[in-house]
Write a protein that binds this ligand. Structure first.
Ligand code: GDP
Ligand code: MG
Length: 177
């Protein structure tokens, strides 16, 4: 029998943050399992999911943490951020308020996380283009000012989801290797 155990070179913890209902859990479902659900209940209890991928011939296990509904109560704890090397800061491009809250989430993140954390700003639900409430330029400007990566995604249509996670994971790899 051969050894089928995969050797893991790196484990990268990445946290999802942002208001409730912006699509964090569906982005994770899309990335980790290529699944999507239109009537996803508020996340309960799930801590993280993993996906193993290859970067530069190294095996990287991405451990993606989801907020388990705590976003409603501003109760994301420091344990959630501890050890995170990447963060996805998610708003719903059809909900202006969820974008306006990004500054607060970023402040919270920067207060808890490592200095070198790689952050991606994500405008999700790009499939609902006719309902857009956040111009791409506004988000680009914010991302540039705050030194964040930025991408618009659709968990529903699987647009840019892999690219967004892969960009963050590759940048983390670049920094630590
Ligand atoms: P969370 O509270 O941030 O985890 O948000 P969820 O992942 O639970 O998604 C909230 C709602 O938005 C659910 O009804 C999802 O099906 C829906 N949703 C998530 N992503 C998308 C997307 O890319 N496009 C559309 N149209 N709906 C989405
Ligand atoms: Mg959720």
């Amino acid at each position: 029998y051969g050894d089928f155990n995969q050797k893991i070179d790196y484990v990268f913890k990445v946290v999802l943050i942002g208001d409730s209902a912006v699509g964090k859990s569906q982005l994770l479902a899309r990335f980790a399992r290529n699944e999507f659900s239109l009537d996803s209940k508020a996340t309960i209890g799930v801590e993280f999911q993993t996906k193993t991928l290859s970067i530069d011939n190294k095996t990287v296990k991405a451990q993606i943490w989801d907020t388990a509904g705590q976003e409603r109560y501003r109760a994301v704890t420091s344990a959630y951020y501890r050890g995170a090397v990447g963060a996805m800061l998610v708003y719903d491009m059809t909900k202006r308020q969820s974008f306006d809250h990004m500054a607060k989430w970023l402040e919270e993140l920067r207060g808890h996380a490592d200095k070198n954390i790689v952050i991606m700003l994500i405008g999700n639900k790009s499939d609902l283009g006719s309902l857009r409430a956040v111009p791409t330029e506004d988000a680009q400007e914010f991302a540039q000012r705050e030194n964040l990566f930025f991408m618009e995604t659709s968990a529903l249509e699987a647009t840019n989801v892999e690219t967004a996670f892969f960009t963050v994971l590759t940048e983390i790899y670049r920094i630590i290797s």
